[in-house]
Design a protein around this ligand. Structure first.
Ligand code: FEO
Length: 179
């Protein structure tokens, strides 16, 4: 059982994760339109991950006898100024998500809600990884530059990340019991 306040805070987090999923889907579409194949693949994967983040909270709320709510989705933008602006926006959105997770963690301590605190540890770790990944992308863009001649190379760097993520996922799948 969680408090009404905690239920509201977790439902607000569902909204943020859901918006991230839709925002990243819009970004994948824009990347496709602009010919950034690496970027499109990257953003599609990010969008799927955000949907998973949303659903984990959804199931948790039900498990602790709360009411998980399907959020109204704010329409994401469909155009982005540049590849650099797009990744910068992802980074900023991830920082916003981290702040929100930290606020819910603070509420857990305030309410002595150790079950939700334990549940949120996965998100704390995930946000650290997401922010580090986006910072490394911004660093690479800074090194390569973001003029018209650099776009192909930026997309290649993003595709290197795609390949690394795919390789890591394959290793994790092979390690699963029964694989
Ligand atoms: Fe689920 Fe990347 O925030």
């Amino acid at each position: 059982m969680i408090s009404t306040k905690m239920e509201a805070a977790l439902n607000k987090q569902i909204e943020l994760e859901c918006y991230a999923s839709f925002l990243y889907l819009a970004m994948a579409s824009w990347c496709d339109k602009e010919g950034f194949e690496g970027g499109a693949k990257f953003m599609h994967r990010q969008s799927e991950e955000e949907r998973d983040h949303m659903l984990r909270i959804f199931h948790y709320i039900s498990e602790v006898d709360g009411h998980a709510l399907v959020p109204a989705v704010k329409k994401p933008p469909k155009e982005f100024k540049s590849a650099k602006a797009l990744y910068q926006q992802v980074y900023e959105h991830e920082q916003k998500v981290t702040k929100s997770i930290n606020d819910v963690v603070a509420l857990c301590y305030k309410e002595n809600d150790y079950s939700t605190l334990n549940f949120l540890q996965w998100y704390v770790e995930e946000q650290r990884e997401e922010e580090a990944l986006m910072r490394s992308i911004m660093d690479r863009i800074k090194l390569i530059g973001d003029g018209p001649q650099s776009l192909f190379f930026i997309d290649q760097e993003i595709d290197k990340i795609n390949m690394a993520e795919e390789a890591a996922a394959a290793v994790a799948a092979a390690a699963e019991p029964g694989a």
